[in-house]
Design a protein around this ligand. Structure first.
Ligand code: SF4
Length: 102
């Protein structure tokens, strides 16, 4: 099982660290949470789900797939069909690719 914290979303409450201090930690510089190890033992499954459910901004994502535990953990999951559609429509509105985004 793989656990990911969206560090842009994290509100630095520290709740996940209080729930599972061996799995989550907060960066000293800004308090943003991060996961201590790339994979989390299956024995902590229920506790990780609890920590994720208690996050006030839903910044913790649990990836259940075995594929994420087999050495390909750094590969991002495939985009959802909604994401693909959104990008496709964006390309149609802005065929030159310059949308002013920074
Ligand atoms: S519970 Fe959520 S918001 Fe709070 S530190 Fe953990 S990831 Fe960040």
């Amino acid at each position: 099982m793989r656990v990911v914290v969206d560090q842009d979303l994290c509100g630095t409450t520290g709740q996940c660290v209080l729930t599972l201090p061996g799995t989550f930690r907060q960066r000293q510089t800004d308090g943003v949470a991060e996961v201590c190890a790339a994979t989390v033992p299956q024995a902590l499954h229920a506790a990780v789900l609890l920590a994720a459910s208690q996050c006030p901004v839903a910044a913790i994502r649990v990836i259940e797939s075995d594929a994420a535990d087999d050495g390909r953990a750094s590969v991002d999951p495939a985009p959802s069909s909604a994401e693909v559609e959104r990008h496709a429509s964006k390309d149609q509105r802005n065929p030159g690719g310059r949308d002013g985004a920074v």
